[in-house]
Structures are given as structure tokens and as C-alpha cells.
Design a protein around this ligand. Sequence first.
Ligand code: ASP
Length: 398
Amino acid sequence: MKGRFVLFIVSGVIVGFLFGGFLPGLSLKLSFIGELFVNALKMVVLPLIVVSIANAILNMETIKQFQLVGLKALFYYTMTTALAVATGLAVVYFLRPGVGVSFAPQGKVGKDVSFSLHDLIVSLIPQNFFKALAEFDVLPVIVATVLFSLAVLAVEWKEELTVKRILSELDVSILKLTDWIIGFAPLGIASLIAAKVAAMGGAEAILPIVKSLSKYMGAVLLGLAVHAFLTLPLIYLIFVGKNPYEYIGKVKEVLITAFATASSSATLPVTMKRVIEAGVRREVAEFVLPLGATVNMDGTALYEAVAAVFLAQCYGIDLGFSQYLTIFFTATLAAVGAAGIPEAGLVTMVLVLESVGIPTEGIGIILAVDWFLDRCRTAVNVLGDTIGAAVIAKKMEV
Ligand code: ASP
């Protein structure tokens, strides 16, 4: 049944592209199916984050154990993101996709493109937990949940905690609900992709744009492929000692969902379910996956570095070693700051561009293909999280 289900999901992707490309009218009419699917995923995300993080921390027994998992996670996130950015920089440096390309920006960035590090840091601690929940501010929700849970862990209780039982019951129930939602994944994924392709104007409108930006897209995709199929599997092999491709095979549904939704956060319920089923220890997965979906974005970091250097090449701006270094650090930061929602990376990219003096309106040049690259980088972001959960769980055994 499982094998057949994955086949349905893959068929959903193909059907989605064909419908969107050749039957755009119908695809737009049927877009409500995809919207329902994403709504359902988002509906479970926040309860899942709060319950699973609290459950994971309460099961850790000591604050020391929490610190150990937390430190290992931060170390893994930093190292893999840095490797991703380095890969992106190497690819764009050697392929030089922007040299000789000159065109006017084709559109405006639809969202507010201001991004400040100060605001990001201050917003980490929410004044109002419920407001953060209502506004889907995932990072402050995580921080508050961690603090509340650590407080429970720090008190010396005389009896067995009731809250522990309640949390574990809620946890299992939310994953059951996720199971039902996953049942609709093939239809939801087909509809999401079809609607997006149709909204971009169908095959006739997309193909010429793809052709004009093919070198840039090629550079981003090559970088993402190296990170996803070589670097991350190698890390898995070294630290977990098992066949990485077998593990990736077990979680491939997660990657397709990430591609279809373009959102690490919306994919989180599916990630959690499949990673635990693939054998990763529950307490570790429940803590590191929500955190990873929000701050660990290898694909986004790689993409931001490639896009920034590509735009510099388009504008004929010569970048020296120190500017590459600046891009290296700001792309890493910008990826941490990006929320796990569609095209968030495009907004935080302003930080990277401004740090080395590349005109921010250059974003308009790459806007036309961002919807597609966003999906690819989201899949890599989520792959980084699934491998991270396995690596950290293994390191906790030692
Ligand atoms: N869509 C990405 C994600 O959710 C973030 C980005 O725009 O790069 O992981």
C-alpha cells in the first residue's frame, strides 16, 4: 500500500504540471482542493509544534539533556548551512550564469521587503503568546514553548505529572489527524502545482522565461542537487553509519509535500510522521524538527548566495574576497531569519544584497522563476531537517 501511495503522489506532481500547463482554466477552478490541503496542514502545525516540543522536553528528564540536544542541533544547523552556502558560492563563481545577462527587472517584489536583524531578535520573545500563535509567528511560539516546558522540568514534583500524560495523548492524536490529511496528499499536491503553473500563465508564458533564466536556474538547481544528493547523504553516512539513500527513500513523500506547498512549516506534520516512522527516536524528532523547520534552511541559504552573486554578475559588479565572505555570513543569517513559508527567502535576501551594495530592485529579475526555485529549495530545507533529526538522534545514543 505504501509503495502504491508514493506512486499516487508522484503521479499527482506530473498531473499537476500537465493540467496547469495545458488546462489552466480548469486548474484554477480546482485550486480549492490544494487550498483545503494546505489549510488542513497549517491547522495542525501550531498545535503540533507546541505539543511535540513540550512533550519532547518533558520526556528529557533533565535540563542537561535538553542542553545537549539543543547544542547538537545548533552545531548541525550551523555546519550544514555553512556547507550549503559554500556550495552555492562555488557553483555560481565557476558557472558565472549572470555574465553577459542584462535585463530590466520584470516585476516588483509583492511583499514588504524590509528585513531587520534587530526586529528579528527582539521578536524572539513574544509579549503575548496567543498573539504569536494567531499571527503564525512560529519562532516566538517555539521559544515560549521551550521556556514554559523547561520551567515544568525544573520544578521538583512529588508525584507523576498529569500534564505529561495529557501531552502524550494529544501528541498521538495530532499525528493521527495528520495521517488522515496525508491521505489527501496526492490530490492536494496535484491541485497546488496545477494552480501555480496556471497562475503563472500556463506553458506558453512559462517556457520563454525559463529559457531566458535557464543558466541561473541551472546554477541554483546544481547547487541544491550537490547539497541534497552528495553533502547531506555523506553527513548521514558518516554520523549514522547507514545507507543514506535508503533513508531518503523512506521520507520522499515529505520532500514532495515540501515541493508542492513551498513551505517547511506546512510540511512539518508530514515530516514528523514519516521521520518517526523511519525509526528516529521520538523525543529527538519532536524537538529538533519544529526547530529545524523554522531556522535550519540549507536550500534557502544556498539559494540566497547564488542569487546575490548572479545579480552582481548581471549588474557588472565585481565582488572581491571580502564581499564573498560577507555574502557567506549574511546568506546564513538570512536563511535563519526566513520563515518556513512560500517565498520568505526572497524577502530576507534584501539583507544579503544590501550588505554588498547590490541594487535590491534586482530581485525583480529573478522573481519570475522564484515560485519554482522556492519549491526546490524548500524540499532541500526539509531534507536537511530530516537528516539532522537522524544524525542528532544517533549522537544522543553515544
Ligand atoms: N519556502 C521556504 C521554506 O518554507 C523558505 C524560502 O522562501 O526560502 O522553507
